[in-house]
Design a protein around this ligand. Structure first.
Ligand SMILES: [Ca+2]
Ligand SMILES: [Ca+2]
Length: 104
């Protein structure tokens, strides 16, 4: 198994193969595209700042419109406290995240 770390947001191609307990390996899969996001970067511009507030509110109040406009799953990018869902419990952690990034 090969692990890698994506440290920058963006789209990355990946391929996978399987190996069984007899060391038999499959061929590589077709290339798949994964989208690496930055938690709290609600408009996917690579920065976390005040411009993300309006999309965060949209993701909270109208996740369907958010997903259509930004083409990202609102629960993946806006679940700041990591409990698996985007809801009002993410507001304070989002504000803390904004404050942290504004200080940098
Ligand atoms: Ca942003
Ligand atoms: Ca959450």
């Amino acid at each position: 198994m090969i692990y890698t770390t994506c440290t920058q947001r963006g789209f990355y191609p990946i391929k996978v193969k399987a190996k069984d307990s007899y060391d038999q390996q499959s061929s590589w899969s077709e290339s798949l595209q994964i989208h690496v996001i930055m938690l709290g970067d609600m408009n996917d511009d690579g920065a976390i700042n005040g411009i993300d507030i309006e999309p965060f509110v949209m993701a909270l109040t109208n996740p369907q419109d958010y997903q259509q406009q930004f083409e990202m799953n609102p629960h993946l990018v806006g679940d700041i406290n990591g409990d698996g869902i985007l809801n009002a419990m993410d507001i304070d952690p989002f504000v803390d995240l904004l404050y942290h990034h504004l200080k940098i």
